[in-house]
Design a protein around this ligand. Structure first.
Ligand SMILES: *[C@@H]1O[C@H](CO)[C@@H](O)[C@H](O)[C@H]1NC(C)=O
Ligand SMILES: *[C@@H]1O[C@H](CO)[C@@H](O)[C@H](O)[C@H]1NC(C)=O
Ligand SMILES: *[C@@H]1O[C@H](CO)[C@@H](O)[C@H](O)[C@H]1NC(C)=O
Ligand SMILES: *[C@@H]1O[C@H](CO)[C@@H](O)[C@H](O)[C@H]1NC(C)=O
Ligand SMILES: *[C@@H]1O[C@H](CO)[C@@H](O)[C@H](O)[C@H]1NC(C)=O
Ligand SMILES: *[C@@H]1O[C@H](CO)[C@@H](O)[C@H](O)[C@H]1NC(C)=O
Ligand SMILES: *[C@@H]1O[C@H](CO)[C@@H](O)[C@H](O)[C@H]1NC(C)=O
Length: 448
């Protein structure tokens, strides 16, 4: 795939890029494998531990007929966006385990709004989405006795700005990060006092407390901003270079307790940032995606040129969602696996919120999913997830990870949900794009 000399050259260049000084050039010029491991001082370690610049972009599905949906019509959606944030991902090392050849670390992402790469909207421009906090609360109450559900379900809308809607109409940036104000006013609505007490002790992940009593901010991603995630452990590849970059545990567990089989619960795959050199051409590679609590395999497609460098392109294909291979990702209802249509995974156990994820516009999903809401048109070019890896060194050259958040809208014995049209309701989709500009430029110059 690549000549030895070529590989050594690439490594030197990455060393320069990463470290800007080069006391260790010669140690790895002679022997590529000894230069690779993720041990302190090695170029790959410097790359691994450095903060990573990412772009986080979200598109909303603006609901244009909310009142009709409550009366039973199918949703009409209109995609608006992008709303773009710069993301800086940093790692903090917690422990190094020489015996296991692993580093234990946490990650922290910090987001800041990028006006230039976002749709130009004024503060007063709004989008309408299905209210995730309302639907989430109701779905948690479905196991409770029906009269409780009725009382509880009819009171919950009083928390939100519009008491007579299951939809949330707000500024996109407020929904994503800044927060939409929610108040639990038990003076005005005495029937809310139990709800307010519960909220005070135990907020769902989308709500956060403010300085003001009984006032919360509702936002989808604020909980991810400036907070530590993990811990993860990663193999250093000192003992076995082919294991370099393998994520081997998440939140202290090598085998999770979320899914239905040990193989699906086992944490494995790279973090998409550190890869072993692709010494042999591989039919697929695995990556562990913490947002989904699962490993996903991406399939080799072709060799492509990225800023003049050749990389192997791996794409997330339809088979990731085939139900005959992914039964183990179906959550159990009364001990029987309850599988959703192809293309959907219920991550409520993983996220502690009743969220169903898919690829954007239900790409690679059951075609029936497109019969519910109008305004969706899946497109491989725009919506698929991929990574391009420079094969000699395992350096990722480009990558995009795309996920859509959906809720299941279901009739319930509560007023606002009694006549709704039922189906998998898309809220928004977001992509993480990695920028590799610095590596491109430096690699490119020297290889020429
Ligand atoms: C969302 O849809 C509503 C109703 O059609 C419209 O008034 C509003 O301008 C849309 N929002 C954006 C940001 O386009
Ligand atoms: C994320 O948190 C940082 C630090 O608390 C803050 O400065 C920044 O404004 C937050 N970003 C967003 C998008 O809210
Ligand atoms: C954004 O919209 C405002 C008001 O519509 C306009 O004045 C401004 O020039 C626009 N900015 C860009 C970058 O298009
Ligand atoms: C509140 O929701 C109802 C029902 O969807 C709608 O008719 C009304 O216009 C909404 N009010 C506001 C202020 O958005
Ligand atoms: C190195 O790791 C690979 C992948 O886990 C495994 O197949 C191989 O047997 C290991 N080699 C040694 C020498 O342990
Ligand atoms: C699973 O089903 C798909 C079609 O839905 C088929 O192409 C594939 O071969 C099947 N895989 C297995 C392991 O049966
Ligand atoms: C639901 O439909 C019934 C019967 O048509 C009607 O009486 C009721 O007002 C409707 N509820 C809502 C919230 O629209």
């Amino acid at each position: 795939m690549c000549g030895y000399r070529g590989c050594a050259l690439l490594w030197i260049v990455i060393g320069i890029y990463v470290a800007s000084y080069a006391p260790f050039w010669f140690s790895f010029k002679d022997n590529i494998t000894t230069s690779l491991p993720l041990s302190e001082g090695s170029p790959i370690y410097k790359a691994w531990i450095s903060p990573i610049d990412l772009t986080f972009k979200c598109y909303f599905f603006n609901v244009t007929n909310p009142d009709e949906i409550m009366q039973g019509s199918n949703p009409n959606l209109d995609e608006v966006g992008p709303f773009t944030y710069n993301e800086i991902l940093e790692k903090q090392i917690i422990n190094v385990d020489d015996e296991m050849d692993e580093i234990v670390y946490t990650t922290k992402s910090t987001y800041s709004f990028n006006k230039h790469l976002s749709l130009n909207l004024s503060k007063s421009d709004k989008v309408t989405i299905l209210n995730p906090a309302y639907i989430g609360t109701i779905s948690m109450a479905t196991g409770l006795p029906p009269d409780f559900m009725e009382k509880f379900g009819n009171n919950i809308p009083k928390l939100f700005p519009n008491h007579s809607s299951i939809f949330l109409k707000a500024n996109p940036n407020d929904i994503l990060f800044n927060g939409v104000k929610v108040s639990c006013n038990s003076r005005k609505f005495p029937e809310l006092s139990l709800v307010c007490k519960t909220l005070d002790n135990n907020q769902p992940p989308v709500l956060r407390k403010t300085d003001k009593e009984n006032t919360y901010l509702l936002s989808i991603f604020q909980r991810m901003n400036d907070t530590f995630r993990g811990p993860f452990s990663v193999n250093r590849g000192l003992k076995n270079v082919t294991r370099l970059g393998d994520i081997t545990s998440y939140m202290g567990k090598r085998v999770q307790t979320i899914w239905n089989s040990e193989s699906c619960n086992t944490v494995k795959g790279t973090d998409t940032i550190t890869w072993p050199p692709l010494i042999e051409p591989l039919p697929f590679v695995s990556t562990f995606i913490p947002d989904l609590c699962r490993t996903v395999e991406v399939d080799y497609v072709d060799e492509v040129s990225v800023h003049g460098l050749t990389g192997s392109r791996f794409v997330m294909k339809e088979r990731v969602w085939f139900l005959n291979t992914t039964q183990c990702y179906c959550l159990k209802a009364n001990n029987v696996p309850k599988c959703l249509p192809q293309g959907l995974v219920d991550i409520s156990e993983c996220l502690k919120m009743p969220v169903i994820i898919s690829e954007p516009h239900f790409l690679h999903g059951d075609p029936q999913l497109l019969k519910y809401a109008s305004g969706l048109s899946p497109n491989e070019e725009v919506h698929s997830t991929y990574i391009i890896v420079e094969p000699c060194t395992g350096t990722p050259l480009s990558g995009q990870k795309k996920t859509q958040l959906n809720l299941y809208l279901e009739r319930q014995p509560v007023e606002l949900l009694s006549n709704v049209s039922e189906g998998y309701f898309p809220l928004m989709w977001c992509e993480n794009v990695r920028k590799y500009i610095g590596i491109h430029n430096t690699l490119h110059g020297v290889i020429k």
